[in-house]
Design a protein around this ligand. Structure first.
Ligand code: TRP
Length: 329
């Protein structure tokens, strides 16, 4: 049976784009996937560019949001990366010698982190090692599939390279470390409301956050960029997609299809579309926020204790196997 893993960084507020792009696919997976699914909050990775004090507050909150968005701890093992930090870090350090600095400098996400006027050489070492630690995260749970967005594909490639090199070096023909694959999830890219690129927390005016007050949604969406009747652009297209993703009934989906077609036929329907989108987004947020309010931080901590035990058992197994293969016991 397969094993799936994914990690969510505990930085800042989650937006509705995070929900449809990352959380909703995992929730759908738990209903269909036969095998074990692991979802953790990557708090150690959060330290690459955030203060520990912030991360220690945000990690519980991020897990609470994951649970409020429908992740069921009865079916998905949930934990914090730091709960298995001692094993993961050791494996990461064993992996370090199997990848060169030059290879890590070529990872595209690293280049994005560097400010325009700086070279990557000035970034801290944890950013350089990010893909190595991420590989160890995946290896510690023997995961063979990783549902991540396209921006993470280069990291999965590093993990694959490391697993293969490790097995070749120490495996004596067998697979000590499971070579992971990307699990293709529908890569939904939601545009910012103002059309300024992707919806993200770096452009708060263009984003809808899961904890936004419901009564602010209408005016946010009211100001959203649209397209002239008869024309389509990436922003409007993705807001139709977002609305479809949040629809609950066939009637709502039919209404969206009718508005879409009418718009392409040159009719002025943007006002009606925005009202429907506001209704769908508000309905979803109301449900999310009600769930969120029902879960206490203490409950999250209790759930993590259970999930952490399981994650540790598996991590101990993997670390033991790795050390034995390396004859480093
Ligand atoms: N890098 C991922 C992100 O930024 C988070 C992450 C850390 C992760 N470790 C992982 C995802 C292991 C999948 C598997 O979204």
């Amino acid at each position: 049976m397969g094993r799936v893993i994914t990690g969510v960084r505990p930085t800042g507020d989650l937006s509705i784009a995070n929900y449809v792009g990352a959380m909703k696919p995992i929730v759908e997976l738990q209903d269909t996937y036969e095998g074990s699914v692991n979802v953790f909050v990557a708090d150690v990775h959060g330290l690459t560019d955030q203060e520990p004090e912030l991360i220690s507050r945000m990690r519980i909150d991020t897990m609470r949001s994951l649970l409020a968005s429908g992740i069921d701890p009865e079916r998905i093992n949930v934990y914090l990366q730091s709960q298995i930090e001692s094993q993961t870090d050791v494996v990461a350090s064993y992996l370090d010698r199997h990848i060169s600095t030059a290879e890590l400098l070529r990872v595209p996400t690293l280049k994005d982190k560097a400010k325009k006027d700086q070279g990557v050489e000035t970034l801290n070492v944890s950013l350089l090692r990010y893909p190595v630690l991420m590989a160890a995260d995946i290896f510690m749970q023997d995961a063979d599939e990783v549902p991540v967005g396209q921006d993470q594909y280069p990291h999965i490639e590093v993990a694959r390279v490391l697993a293969r090199r490790f097995n070749r070096e120490y495996g004596d023909g067998s697979e000590i470390i499971v070579v992971p694959n990307v699990m293709a999830v529908e890569g939904l890219r939601i545009a910012a409301l103002d059309g300024g690129g992707k919806m993200s927390k770096s452009n708060p005016k263009g984003a809808i956050f899961l904890k936004d007050p419901i009564d602010s949604i209408g005016s946010k969406i009211g100001k959203a960029k649209t397209a002239a009747a008869g024309e389509m652009n990436e922003t409007l297209e993705s807001h139709f997609t977002l609305s479809r993703e949040l629809s609950k009934t066939q009637d709502q989906r039919d209404a969206l299809d009718r508005l879409y077609d009418a718009h392409l036929d040159g009719h002025n329907v943007m006002g009606s579309f925005k009202s429907l989108m506001t209704e769908l987004v508000s309905g979803f947020l109301a449900e999310f926020q009600a769930n969120y309010d029902q879960i206490s931080d203490e409950q999250v901590v209790d759930l993590l204790e259970v999930g952490g035990v399981k994650a540790n058992e598996q991590a101990d197994l993997v670390l033991g196997r790795v050390r034995k293969a390396m004859k480093f016991v």
